[in-house]
Design a protein. Structure first.
Length: 274
């Protein structure tokens, strides 16, 4: 994404159309679009030809961008789990691992970055009916691996609004749910985590369209991305007007939900009832 955005900036600075750029590397306009969005791998020759077309002759700048192209083609750690993942999900894992700010709303179950191992296993078993025990354990292992980023040295800021429905819908037995609630209370104390609960008592709210995640990055060239997961695919929205709508919805959810300590009280109350 970072390389793609820089290539787009260089192309636009020269007033070159995507069609003309595509012609220069023997490709279509749509391929240039996918390259600029970071949705395809990069051939070194294509990047070299584009840099020449865009008038980039400084050797240091060319070397830096070509190095970025090589890095972009290195498979991430999550690719070893690709055999148990839907085709659209590895892209999300890569974006999540690069984000400096993750904002989300979840209504069906506890967000993946906050799930305990036992709860995650119950969720995966429900979603992968008929899968082998080995495949289920591999998917659970991926989820736990993703969570390491949340408590790492370079951990992102993580703002999550969980609908009360996600906490009352049981996955696993009573012990699993109690462990999950206790984990939420504990992790909500982390300085980079902002956890709020949207209670049933509030009634209708701005999260009516369902769960979503907004990913933001430190690089100024990268736009925010909204991730929407569907039954057989996923959407990645990065147009400013689309992102703005979801940011507005999340801001309203945060304003309408109890504060951080009050949300912990909600969790403590549910724990006592479980």
């Amino acid at each position: 994404m970072l390389l793609g955005s820089q290539l787009r900036r260089l192309r636009e600075a020269r007033g070159i159309t995507r069609e003309a750029a595509g012609y220069s590397i023997r490709a279509s306009e749509s391929k240039i679009s996918r390259m600029e969005l970071g949705r395809v791998s990069f051939k070194t020759r294509d990047v070299e030809d584009l840099l020449t077309l865009y008038g980039i002759t400084d050797e240091q700048e060319r070397t830096s961008l070509l190095s970025l192209a090589r890095e972009a083609n290195v498979a991430g750690w999550w690719h070893s789990y690709s055999d148990v993942l839907p085709s659209w999900f590895p892209t999300y894992v890569g974006l999540e691992g690069a984000a400096s700010l993750i904002r989300a709303y979840e209504v069906q179950f506890v967000h993946g970055l906050l799930q305990t191992e036992a709860y995650a296993r119950a969720v995966v078993q429900r979603g992968m009916k008929g899968a082998s025990p080995a495949d289920i354990e591999k998917r659970v292992a991926l989820r736990l691996e993703r969570q390491k980023y949340l408590v790492s040295e370079n951990a992102p800021d993580y703002h999550i609004v969980l609908d009360e429905a996600a906490l009352r819908r049981p996955y696993g037995d009573r012990q699993v749910m109690r462990g999950q609630l206790q984990h939420l209370i504990e992790i909500s104390e982390h300085p980079n985590v902002r956890l709020q609960i949207m209670p049933f008592s509030f009634g209708g709210h701005s999260g009516e369209s369902g769960a979503f995640t907004i990913l933001s990055f430190t690089e100024s060239d990268l736009t925010d991305v909204v991730y929407l997961e569907q039954l057989t695919s996923a959407l990645y929205l990065d147009k400013h007007e689309d992102v703005a709508q979801y940011e507005k919805a999340l801001k309203e959810l945060q304003q309408d939900s109890p504060g951080l300590e009050e949300s912990r009280d909600v969790l403590r109350g549910l724990l006592q009832l479980s």
